[in-house]
Design a protein around this ligand. Structure first.
Ligand code: FAD
Length: 278
C-alpha cells in the first residue's frame, strides 16, 4: 500500500525529479517496497520491464540529498567534487511500478548485510524524507535492457533478489503464449511471492548459492531462437552467462547480462572498476 505524499518543493530540471516517500512496506524479511510521490514524477516516463534509474539519497543527519543543481549542466562534475560524506549517495534501482493520477512510483529495496547507505536508508525511510531521482524522460530508453529479438521462441530469465523487481516487471510485460523458463535466487524464503504473468512461464525459486548447480542440472525447453536475460550479483551473472553461451550454445548476441552488485564492493567501487559513469 502506498500513500501519496506531498509535492516536493524542488523545481523540476530536465530529467531530474525530487520525490518523497511514504512509509515502506515489507515484502519479506529482506525486501522492502518504498512508494514515492511528488509533482515532478509527471515528467517520468517508462515502458517498464527492467527500467532502472539513479537514486540520490541523503546521508544520516542531512535533510535532503546534496546534489549541486545550481551548477546547471555542470551539476554532475560538481557532485563528484564534493566530499564523500557530503555529496548525495547515488545508487541504481529498478522502477518497479509507475502510476498516474496521482503520479507515484514504487522501488523495491533489498535489505542486505552488510548494509550499505541505500539499504540502510530504505530500512528507516519515513514520510517526509526527500530523495532525488534521475530517470527517463521518454518511455523507450537505453536503461531498459530486456530486449528480446522479435523471433524469440523462448525467454530464459535468471535473477537474484536485487533483480526480482525487474524480473517481476518483465514477466508482467510478456504476452500470452510466450514461453518462459525463469529462475530466481533468494536468501530468504519469505521473499518468495506470486508473480503475475500471461506468459507460459515455468518459474523456479532457488536458495542462495545454489543457482549454478540448479541451472546446470535443468534442461532448457527445446527452442530454436532463445533469448536470455541475467541480472544480479556480478560473479553469478558472469558464470551463468558462460553456461548459457558455452554449455548451452546460445548465441552471445541473444544474451543480456547485467551485474547489479558485487560481493565485497560498494556500488561506487563496482562502477569505478567497470568504468561506468552517469
Ligand atoms: C540496473 C540496476 C538495477 C538495480 N535494481 C535494484 C533493485 O530494484 N532493488 C535492489 O535492492 N537492488 C537493485 N540493484 C542493486 C543495488 O544497486 C546494489 O545492491 C547496491 O549496491 C545497493 O547499495 P547499498 O548502498 O545498499 O550498498 P553498497 O554501499 O553499494 O554496498 C555495501 C556492501 O553491501 C554489499 N551488497 C550490495 N548489495 C547487496 C545485496 N543485494 N546483497 C548482499 N550484499 C550486498 C556490497 O557488496 C558491499 O559489500 C540494481 C543495480 C543495478 C545496476
Amino acid at each position: 500500500m502506498c500513500r501519496c505524499w506531498r509535492t516536493s518543493p524542488r523545481p523540476w530540471r530536465r530529467r531530474r525529479r525530487s520525490a518523497e516517500p511514504p512509509s515502506p512496506t515489507l515484502l519479506g524479511s529482506s525486501l522492502v517496497r518504498v512508494g514515492f510521490g511528488g509533482e515532478d514524477l509527471r515528467f517520468l516516463f517508462s515502458d517498464g520491464r527492467d527500467q532502472s534509474l539513479s537514486l540520490f539519497l541523503p546521508h544520516p543527519g542531512q535533510d535532503a540529498p546534496v546534489v549541486p543543481f545550481e551548477r546547471g549542466d555542470g551539476w554532475w562534475q560538481g557532485w563528484r567534487e564534493l566530499p564523500d560524506d557530503v555529496r548525495a549517495v547515488m545508487r541504481s534501482y529498478t522502477l518497479r511500478a509507475l502510476r498516474r493520477d496521482p503520479d507515484e512510483i514504487d522501488i523495491d529495496f533489498v535489505l542486505h548485510t552488510p548494509a550499505g547507505p541505500a539499504s540502510a536508508w530504505a530500512a528507516r525511510a519515513e514520510p517526509g524524507d526527500r530523495v532525488v531521482l534521475l530517470g527517463p524522460a521518454i518511455a523507450d530508453n537505453r536503461a531498459i535492457r530486456f530486449r528480446p529479438p522479435r523471433d524469440t521462441d523462448l525467454v530464459v530469465l535468471w535473477g537474484d533478489e536485487t533483480a526480482l523487481p525487474a524480473l517481476s516487471s518483465i514477466l508482467e510485460s510478456l504476452p500470452s503464449g510466450q514461453r518462459v523458463r525463469a529462475w530466481i535466487e533468494v536468501r530468504d524464503t519469505g521473499t518468495v511471492q506470486d508473480l503475475v504473468t500471461l506468459a507460459d512461464a515455468e518459474i523456479t525459486w532457488i536458495g542462495a548459492g545454489h543457482s549454478p548447480a540448479v541451472v546446470r542440472a535443468a534442461q532448457l525447453p527445446p527452442a530454436a531462437r532463445p533469448y536470455v536475460w541475467i541480472a544480479g550479483e556480478s560473479g553469478s551473472v558472469k558464470a551463468l552467462r558462460r553456461h548459457f553461451v558455452q554449455e548451452c550454445g546460445i548465441d552471445r548476441r541473444r544474451v543480456t547480462f547485467v551485474g547489479y552488485w558485487r560481493e565485497g564492493l560498494t556500488e561506487e567501487q563496482l562502477r569505478e572498476r567497470e568504468g561506468v559513469s552517469e
